[in-house]
Design a protein around this ligand. Structure first.
Ligand code: GLC
Length: 720
């Protein structure tokens, strides 16, 4: 009895101390606001430069320092223009971008990334890191796909939660973006996106809801586009109904840069902070003198301004901006940070094809390797616009092969293809006429391939295609690479292609011609080391595709329905909830490679799949248990995915949806018993009739799988 009593006393003490902290924070906020003039308050609600907001010296409130980006701390910009300062102390660690992080399916690595980025942001004296970018990969052509994560809201949510929670332990605020439906760069500043409430709730909102509600994201960035007729930054439904009321968001809702279009409308819709407005005089910004005037003329109550200042002060207090003595100092460009970037790059690599065990290469017996392609020598960290990083270094594939094996074998390099494109901001014009093969280069590459034991073509894209501010024109390999690869493969039966890109490509023209196909992503600063260590077997491939790779663009839902990029600056998401594999499954279309797909150098056996019950109540949690064994001869990791599908729903539902996953590392012969859990309430669909989530009783199928296509076991359970 005594023990129970003690427990109750302890818990209530914790609870009250917890609320005391909250109360203390709120008290401090109100005390500070009371001492501010209206001008000082409004000074905190808009930028005073590209990436800072105004200080209030007499109250000890410093300028607030915001910085990109999602996969590294961006180099220092001039305060009042979009040029870099060119200083030499702002190099940083560059991780592989979003889709590569997602391809690892490793939440531990997402956490590690959050911690490293937090440490580096602190070291660079940044208070807010403008990431992660989590918009759904809806069209393969979206220029920013590389920066985002996936086509699946569950995978996005899990990764975002791990990343944000970890980042914010370093006294840095995350700023999850871009809220909401910023799924194309074409006309991104003005396009009006519409979709059903169900598509919003089931596909486009969950990542943001999880980031705010489950991870406690302290910042949310309003997107450029309109949503249902109103700009996101002045959209009451988004800013008030969803963010503030439903998500109970108490952090800062800031605009994307130059995404604000009004004073009163935006202020009343819950926007706190205006950034990046392209008006020369900061006092002319919407949340500057015009806001002061609106308050003075009674069009906006001062309490609305106070609420915004309170949101910003709350984030400042929670990240110890007002408490510099105890604040984390951080660190930058450490070996640990670079090792974290390396691990992230290794675990992202997806093995798509490996005929006759072409891979791993036996580097002790090989006498010569032909290394071909522009992407063997091109660096990528510094491209893509706002997420670009001035990496301390970047190892290219050719560099890595030469450093590691140049002494023990002949490395025969050939350019293979030239980068014929260039960047044109806000237009894909730079991609035009970039399809022609260069036969002189191809002949040189064929000659090198002929005289080498193996040929590796580093192909794919670069940030002339995968970039913010414009979309791709098509999904084909540019620069005549297909012809190059076909010719090289004719010259050497052991031809391996490594795709360096961040978004889907058409691979049908090369897949059947080569003996091995690997998706290497933009691997960050350690890209070259990671890909070479996987090709050589020093590391093993364990990545899985975070998006479907269609055979052709027309297979992709948004394109099959002509619902991209929209007409007259309006786009309706006609595919509704059938995004990505949800479309391919339901329409029974065979993609080139399915969501969640990736091979290994070893083999696995999954057995004894069971559910803990046959019948579940709506408040239950389902546990699927299985054995997994490494039945091969080398180390490996398998990502086991649990999908659920309702057998006879009253509304259209996807055949199956991802509800749980785990990445399991096993040595040869090793086996583990693994549980995957899913709450029955998470099997619900959003019912537009009742504007609520609904879990219908009846049979559900639980699919244990190693990709959206490879179902290892199907279990029928009943929901009562
Ligand atoms: C950009 C991007 C956003 C970035 C911001 C600051 O236009 O849309 O992701 O964080 O402006 O660079």
């Amino acid at each position: 009895m005594r023990l129970r009593f003690m427990a109750i006393v302890l818990f209530s003490a914790f609870q009250s101390s917890f609320s005391q902290t909250d109360n203390a924070v709120e008290k401090k906020i109100q005390q500070l606001i009371k001492k501010m003039t209206l001008k000082e308050k409004v000074g905190m609600l808009h930028g005073n430069s590209k990436f800072y907001t105004e200080q209030i010296k007499h109250l000890g409130i410093p300028e607030w320092a915001l910085s990109d980006g999602p996969h590294g701390v961006r180099a220092e910009m001039n305060r009042h223009n979009w040029k870099y300062t060119g200083q030499t102390d702002d190099f940083s660690t560059s991780f592989p971008p979003g889709t590569a992080m997602a391809a690892s399916w490793n939440l531990e690595l997402a956490k590690q990334r959050g911690i490293v980025l937090g440490e580096e942001a602190r070291f660079r004296k940044k208070d807010v890191l403008l990431g992660p970018g989590i918009n759904i990969i809806r069209s393969p052509l979206c220029g920013r796909n590389f920066e985002y994560l996936s086509e699946d809201p569950f995978l996005i949510s899990q990764l975002s939660i791990s990343y944000i929670k970890a980042l914010q332990t370093q006294d840095v605020a995350a700023c999850v973006k871009h809220f909401v439906a910023n799924n194309q760069e074409e006309n991104r500043f003005v396009v009006d996106v519409t979709m059903s409430e169900r598509a919003l709730r089931e596909i486009y909102l969950p990542g943001f809801k999880s980031s705010v509600v489950d991870a406690g994201a302290l910042g949310v960035m309003g997107a450029y586009n309109k949503f249902r007729g109103e700009y996101c930054t002045e959209n009451n439904y988004l800013g008030r109904t969803l963010l503030r009321k439903e998500f109970n968001f108490k952090g800062v809702y800031m605009s994307d840069w130059d995404a604000v279009h009004s004073t009163e409308k935006a202020a009343l819709a819950g926007l706190d902070l205006e950034m990046g407005t392209e008006k020369e005089n900061y006092n002319d910004w919407y949340f500057a003198d015009p806001l002061i005037k609106a308050v003075q003329e009674g069009r906006i109550k001062e309490s609305i301004v106070n609420e915004k200042v309170a949101n910003i002060l709350r984030v400042m207090i929670k990240t110890k901006v007002l408490d510099p003595q105890t604040r984390i100092k951080g660190s930058i460009n450490t070996k640990e940070h670079q090792q974290a970037a390396y691990r992230s790059a290794v675990e992202a690599i997806v093995l798509l094809k490996n005929e006759k065990q072409t891979l791993p290469l036996n580097m002790s017996t090989l006498k010569s390797i032909a290394v071909i392609g522009d992407n063997a020598t091109r660096t990528h960290c510094g491209g893509g616009f706002s997420s670009e990083i001035k990496a301390l270094y970047e190892v290219t594939p050719l560099q890595a092969i030469t450093d590691k094996y140049g002494k023990s074998m002949q490395i025969n390099f050939a350019q293979g293809y030239e980068k014929q494109s260039h960047v044109v901001e806000r237009s894909s014009a730079g991609q035009l006429n970039t399809d022609k093969a260069d036969w002189k280069l191809i002949d040189e590459a064929v000659a090198q391939a002929k005289k080498s034991d193996v040929a590796i073509v580093f192909a794919g894209l670069n940030h002339d295609f995968d970039s913010e501010s414009f979309d791709r024109l098509h999904m084909r390999l540019p620069y005549g690479q297909e012809t190059l690869i076909q010719e090289v493969a004719k010259a050497n039966p052991k031809t391996i292609v490594v795709i360096i890109a961040g978004s889907p490509l058409e691979l049908a023209g090369i897949e059947s011609r080569v003996s091995a196909l690997v998706w290497g992503w933009y691997g960050g600063m350690e890209a070259g080391n990671a890909i070479v260590d996987v090709l050589s077997g020093k590391e093993f491939p364990s990545g899985k595709l975070p998006f479907t790779i269609p055979v052709t663009l027309s297979q992709s839902p948004a394109h099959a329905l002509g619902a991209y990029p929209g007409h007259d600056l309006k786009v309706n998401y006609d595919e509704d909830i059938l995004v990505g594999y949800r479309w391919f499954d339901t329409k029974q279309i065979e993609p080139q490679y399915p969501f969640g797909y990736g091979l290994s150098y070893t083999s696995f056996e999954i057995s004894n799949v069971t559910a803990d019950k046959k019948v579940y109540g709506v408040d239950d949690e389902i546990t699927v248990k299985f054995n997994i064994k490494n039945t091969g001869k080398t180390n490996g990791a398998e990502v086991v995915q649990l999908y659920a599908g309702q057998t006879a729903p009253s509304v259209l539902r996807p055949k199956k949806e991802l509800k749980a996953f785990d990445k399991i590392f096993l040595a040869p012969g090793e086996q583990k018993t693994v549980d995957l859990k899913v709450k029955v309430k998470d099997l619900a669909f959003y019912d537009e009739k009742t504007s609520g989530w609904k879990t219908e009783s009846g049979e559900f199928m639980l699919y244990t799988a190693t990709s959206a296509k490879n179902i290892v076991n199907s279990l029928a359970v009943t929901i009562q």
